[in-house]
Write a new protein. Structure first.
Length: 59
């Protein structure tokens, strides 16, 4: 799993595009992540192409 947060890395008065998504590996897999993803895909009626591509390569 990852711990994530969004930080402002340039003051807002200088640019509107100043957010950075930062992720730090925790070393612990998130056991519920796949179930939450499946639930979201079902609710929204979508299947991101990356899911099919990862399935094809066995990832």
């Amino acid at each position: 799993g990852y711990r994530t947060d969004v930080i402002e890395f340039v003051a807002g008065e200088h640019t509107a595009k100043n957010l950075m998504i930062r992720a730090v590996a925790t070393g612990r897999p998130d056991a519920d992540a796949a179930a939450r993803l499946d639930d979201l895909m079902t609710r929204w009626g979508v299947r991101p192409a990356i899911i099919d591509r990862l399935d094809r390569i066995g990832a």
